[in-house]
Design a protein around this ligand. Structure first.
Ligand code: GDP
Length: 326
């Protein structure tokens, strides 16, 4: 965090809700501007057991990204990766549909060991973040098991089978988040959201259906978002009706929803403001919420910092407007 940004954003703590690659881009900008004042709450609906290991794809993407260890081309996994483990698995005739790099493997082995010895996912993630010198708090949405199931025209599919195995080809009918109703928001997540000094909640430009909805499906989190006073804003993951990457727009079409900013705004009933891309400025009058138009495509580190700054300024304006009118 540089001195200028630290001074500029002494607004108070911020919580970001985040999935994987798209969300982590903005989380990185926020982490650089806010440091310890940021808590990133991450989707764990994609977590699964594979080869006896507990894999948390979105947590790993966020952790590697905030630690500067992610592969910038793929977006997921570790930079400078080697694939000897996968090659050895292939030679043994074992399952190779899910890619696990050699460096990445260390994370899954350590997480599995920790969970088996009774350490919570929250505590394990915090300890990894400390070792990797990530200033922000990275929190799994829950320590309980929640499982995203994609109900497709071909029947119900586990998330990884749909996303990785079938590369999102089957048309989506609806999503289910198994056990979410019984899952407890961790005390760390709840205290971050209930902090009386909270300046904003920012919904990162993650896939609303696959990455953010599992977080919102946890009753304790949803109820808290409905109650908090701090402005909740979202950055649209769509630019000109298209996803930058991944199946967001395809899923919207399959669910019979227009792929536009209005649909994103209506998806989050507690939203106080939406950031859309400048190319979507024309849709602003139809949204029915305060909207800020920005360049939302994050190619460079400077793009991530700039968009993070715009989110914080927009949220501060919304908070001031409420105070001014109260
Ligand atoms: P996943 O879990 O790895 O698929 O990642 P997320 O759910 O966090 O993010 C996927 C979404 O990120 C997609 O809908 C993309 O359109 C969106 N996305 C990716 N990069 C960008 C970007 O630079 N700007 C914006 N606005 N959205 C992005």
């Amino acid at each position: 965090m540089n001195a200028e940004s630290a001074a500029q954003f002494r607004a108070g703590p911020v919580v970001a809700l985040c999935g994987g690659i798209g969300g982590a881009k903005l989380a990185l900008g926020l982490n650089r501007l806010l440091g310890k004042n940021l808590t990133v709450v991450v989707n764990t609906g994609d977590d699964f057991e594979h080869l006896g290991l507990h894999i948390s794809p979105d947590i790993d993407t966020v952790v590697y990204t905030l630690a500067g260890l992610n592969d910038p081309e793929r977006g997921w996994g570790h930079a400078d990766e080697s694939w000897n483990f996968m090659q050895a698995l292939r030679e043994l005739g074992s399952e190779t549909w899910f890619q696990l790099g050699d460096r990445d493997l260390a994370m899954h082995v350590e997480r599995t060991r920790a969970l088996q010895s009774g350490v919570s996912l929250t505590d394990f993630t915090a300890s990894i973040a400390r070792h990797l010198k990530i200033p922000s708090a990275v929190l799994p949405m829950t320590d309980d098991h929640v499982e995203t199931v994609v109900i497709t025209e071909e029947g119900p599919l586990s998330f990884q089978r749909y996303f990785v195995g079938l590369q999102c080809r089957p048309a989506v009918r609806r999503l289910e988040f198994k056990n979410a109703q019984n899952a407890a928001a961790s005390s760390a997540v709840l205290s971050a959201l209930r902090n009386p000094d909270l300046a904003a909640v920012i919904i990162c430009p993650s896939n609303p259906y696959l990455s953010i909805d599992p977080i919102l499906a946890i009753p304790g989190i949803r109820k808290t978002l409905d109650e908090i006073k701090a402005p909740i804003i979202a950055v649209s993951p769509l630019i000109g009706g298209q996803a930058v990457k991944g199946p967001t727009a395809k899923i919207m079409a399959e669910l019979g929803l227009p792929a536009d900013s209005g649909t994103i705004a209506r998806h989050y009933p507690f939203l106080k403001g939406l950031i859309v891309d400048k190319v979507d400025r024309g849709e602003v009058s139809e949204i029915g919420l305060p909207v800020h138009a920005a360049s939302t495509l994050m190619r460079s580190l400077a793009d991530r910092d700039r968009l993070a700054g715009e989110c914080l300024r927009f949220a501060a304006q919304l908070a001031n407007a409420v105070e001014g009118s109260g």
